[in-house]
Design a protein. Sequence first.
Length: 206
Amino acid sequence: MAALTVLLQERAFHEIRLEDITHEAGVRVSLFYHYFQSKVDITHEVLSELLESFREQVADRPKDNSPLSAIHFANQQMVALYASNPGAMRCLVEVHDGMAPFAPMWRQLTLEWNKRIAASIRRQFPDIFPDQATYLSLAYALAGTADNFLFEYFVLKNETLRDAHPTPEDVARFLTILWFRALYLENPPADFLGPLPGFKRLGLKA
């Protein structure tokens, strides 16, 4: 499983052969079949462990009544997931025939994640939407923006984005500012804007 994790950072799932995994692990193919049925089977195990670890980290969120802290923690966790595992995230998020076995795993995590976001928004703004589905739609829209950005940054290694936001914390802070502005129609405190004071002049009052 560790060998496959390494290989997923180097190439796409459909480019990895069973022989590549066993060679990287330094074992015979026959030993592989003692533990796993196929390449899909072992990849499913690797991704399951990754997503379960993410769930545990999110569950350990420090209890803080500050909406800004909660949003930033969520973005930090998602950034860490992409930053540490770009190959696995490509495997989960890219959906075509070769990746189809893993798509339901990501959809399930995304649903759980967005339900948490929707519940938080509803607690802060009760009765502004007629039903839970609309709150969940808002959560999907916010999270989808972040997912697309993180895929471009960490998986596709977009150099323009990397130049603008050199560190994972820079990325998390940028996304948090966007979320905060979208939800509260104002900027976070000036000290949180840090190297991004331009947001003060972007359509909102300082």
